[in-house]
Design a protein around this ligand. Structure first.
Ligand code: SIN
Length: 277
């Protein structure tokens, strides 16, 4: 499929956060059923900006799930079971306060890359946020890939890496819970845009396969530094009832915990994705 950058949208306004990624969407009420044109515009904005944001949307669980289903089925990761909303396994509670010992997603990562078919996207709705603090930072893995030298791109092409939930969830899930582990290409191709993106992350990747461990460690360490370059990033400042909807195939993100002991609280739904290629 050939992807073209949208020039205009029929039903929404999209304000870019940076030239490369991030778009704040206005002119839409996500608590109402959406028309086909609205859904089509959201799909195009999502593909073009990799992460889209909404303000002043008072979502309940059903609105949240409905929004996700415009993009696919709902991904339920058994390893996130301890944080599921009671009676709603599709909804993960994202909450931190004065009693928290850790927060979800502090390390740079792509959600659940340890799964054989990781979620294509994640929709986070926060109703309670600290002021100031608690921003989420996103980094474009397209931009990170494009900035590699041609020699490095050629070196990484065809390599695969192991992603293991033990890295992200070890020690915080119930003892004995079976945690997923998968092998994925180090460089993946986005199924919608056709663009290439780096797909290894600190939050889940353990090693690159088929090369000595020391070489893998050095290469991953270089890539982890590289993907965090500020020019690949946008930073979202939350207000109550905001939404961030990000593409795990083309981004990594990191939740900044700079607001302890304040409270930051909401819900996340993930959308089923395909096996990376
Ligand atoms: C996550 O990684 O899903 C959480 C992101 C956030 O809380 O900003």
């Amino acid at each position: 499929m050939t992807y073209e950058t949208p020039k205009t949208y029929e039903t929404i306004e999209v304000t870019p956060l940076t030239p490369l990624l991030g778009g704040e969407i206005s002119g839409i009420d996500l608590t109402k059923p959406l028309s086909n044109r609205q859904v089509d515009d959201l799909h195009r904005a999502f593909a073009d900006r990799s992460v889209i944001f909404f303000r002043d949307q008072h979502l309940d669980f059903e609105h949240h799930k409905t929004l996700a289903r415009y993009f696919g089925g709902i991904h339920i990761a058994p390893s996130t079971a301890p944080w599921q909303a009671p009676g709603h396994p599709e909804i993960t509670i994202i909450h931190a306060d004065k009693d928290s010992k850790y927060v979800a997603g502090e390390d740079w990562h792509s959600d659940m890359s340890c799964d054989p078919e990781p979620p294509l996207g994640s929709i986070l709705y926060l109703h309670t946020v600290p002021e100031p603090g608690g921003d989420t930072v996103f980094s474009s893995m397209y931009a990170a890939y494009d900035a590699l030298s041609e020699r490095m791109k050629a070196h990484l092409e065809g390599l695969t890496a192991v992603h293991d939930a033990v890295v992200g969830f070890g020690g915080i899930t119930p003892e004995g819970m079976k945690l997923p582990r998968s092998s994925h290409p180090v460089i993946r191709t986005h199924p919608v845009t056709g663009k290439k993106a780096i797909y290894v992350n600190r939050g889940f990747t353990t090693h690159i396969e088929g090369i000595p461990r020391a070489e893998s460690n050095a290469l991953l360490s270089y890539l982890y530094d590289h993907v965090q370059r500020p020019e690949f990033q946008c930073r979202f400042h939350w207000r109550p009832h905001s939404i961030a909807f990000w593409d795990n195939r083309s981004l990594q993100h990191s939740a900044i915990w700079d607001y302890f002991p304040e409270t930051r609280s909401g819900y996340r739904v993930q959308i089923s994705g395909d096996r990376p290629f």
